[in-house]
Design a protein around this ligand. Structure first.
Ligand code: NAD
Ligand code: MG
Length: 388
């Protein structure tokens, strides 16, 4: 059987690893469409290497560069929103959703609606659109397979026959580069320091989100929707070695975990091969070399993002979309050096409070409207004392 795969966000960290995994899986895996943004050279070389049918740049102004880079190959080029829609709409049986941020929502949703299986790296889809996204996958008839390492771990160990006894989901967190820092020291860090993750090699934005633990905040909300659990069933434990990728606790006291070296290719390979398991050339865990596994409770004073995730889940409605959009604006301002590291949470909380009464979404238009309003409010707060 041939598996046709489309990769939305092929030029990013997850995208590059996905192409590596497809190369390892070998025959039977064919690439339909690839999408990137500004890195035309990499996108074109990936398209040539994988013999893709279609390559898309999200940046319309780069369409001619892409077309030129692909000339003579027979590979189609497209750009912008319509190009992304074309990529999502092809005949791939599985779509790897690996665009970063809310930009990934529309094409992933389109792929879900037409019934493609979705390997979901883009956690923002679930944080912003939650139940609407889950329903789109169900209505389309495809399977949703989480790629985020924590959720992939839970997906691997959660036995549907034991769901009645599911007590808790335990998300592990590395704690990031500032795990042991004081709040005062964290106030003055730059993006260059914040992006240096101790264990995982990832894209810029998710690396900084890991340092602020906004990444874990998004993952708490992601877990709620993926596994249909109540907010109080979701625990976070700091585990600096990132060997245990997450755990499931049952009513009989049993805890089941998935372990491995921190390499996203294991989760990606699992998603691409589901329901079977692939053979992958990744590093094996050597227990004789693992000196120890440590665990500590997260500190919500230094990492308020975790508290904001609980607040968003308690309030429900569009608070996930608001948290995510405000955080994305604040994150960009931090990367540009316009605000301090700790202000990201202050701004996000202010915007969440201002939009606390927003009613629940009945359509994706409501999600996009809340996203836009949260961005507008967050931009207004940046550089003003209201953010402090
Ligand atoms: P990245 O920044 O390395 O890559 C992002 C991809 O999205 C690139 O292909 C880029 O061209 C594309 N892109 C960026 N802006 C775009 C836009 N406006 N429109 C369309 N495409 C755009 O990011 P990443 O680390 O690969 O992460 C991708 C997603 O996977 C994120 O949602 C992240 O949270 C999630 N994720 C990543 C990891 C990881 O290890 N990197 C782990 C778990 C989850
Ligand atoms: Mg993760």
């Amino acid at each position: 059987m041939t598996n046709r795969i489309t990769i939305l966000g092929s030029t990013g960290s997850i995208g590059v690893s996905t192409i590596d995994v497809i190369g390892q899986l070998g025959e039977g895996y064919v690439v339909d469409a690839l999408s990137g943004n500004g890195n035309i050279e990499l996108l074109a070389s990936q398209a040539r290497q994988t013999h893709a049918r279609l390559a898309v740049t999200a940046d319309e102004s780069r369409y001619h560069d892409l077309k030129q880079a692909l000339s003579g190959t027979g590979i189609e080029a497209a750009a912008g929103r319509s190009g992304l829609a074309e990529a999502a709409d092809g005949d791939a049986s599985l779509v790897m959703a690996a665009i970063v941020g809310t930009a990934g929502l529309a094409p992933t949703l389109a792929a879900a609606k037409r019934g493609a299986n979705i390997a979901l790296a883009n956690k923002e889809c679930l944080v912003s659109a939650g139940d609407l996204f889950i329903r789109a996958v169900e209505d389309g008839g495809g399977t949703l397979i989480p790629v985020d390492s924590e959720h992939n771990a839970i997906f691997q160990v959660l036995n549907e026959h034991h769901r009645h006894a599911l007590e808790r989901i335990i998300l592990t967190a590395s704690g990031g580069p500032f795990r042991t820092w004081t709040r005062e020291a964290m106030a003055n860090v730059t993006a260059a320091t914040a992006r240096a993750h101790p264990n995982w090699s990832m894209g810029l934005k998710i690396s900084i989100d890991s340092a602020s633990m906004f990444n874990k905040a998004l993952e708490m909300i992601e877990a709620k929707h993926l596994f249909d659990v109540r907010p109080e069933q979701i625990e976070v434990i700091v585990h600096p070695q990132s060997v245990i990728h997450s755990m499931v606790g049952y009513a009989d006291g049993s805890v089941l975990a998935q372990l491995g070296c921190p390499d996203m290719r294991t989760a990606i390979g699992y998603a691409l091969s589901f329901p079977t398991r692939p053979t992958l050339n990744v590093e094996r865990l050597d227990f004789t070399k693992l000196a120890r596994l440590d665990f500590e409770a997260p500190d919500e004073d230094r990492f308020p993002a975790l508290r904001l995730a609980r607040l968003a889940m308690e309030r429900g409605g569009l608070q996930g979309a608001v948290l995510n959009a405000a955080k994305e604006v604040a994150l960009e301002a931090f990367i540009d050096g316009r605000i301090g590291f700790l202000e990201m949470a202050d701004i996000t909380e202010s915007v969440m409070d201002r939009m606390a009464a927003t009613p629940s979404a009945s359509s994706m238009d409501d999600v996009f409207a809340a996203d836009g309003e949260a961005r507008r409010l967050a931009s207004g707060l940046i550089g003003t004392s209201a953010a402090a």
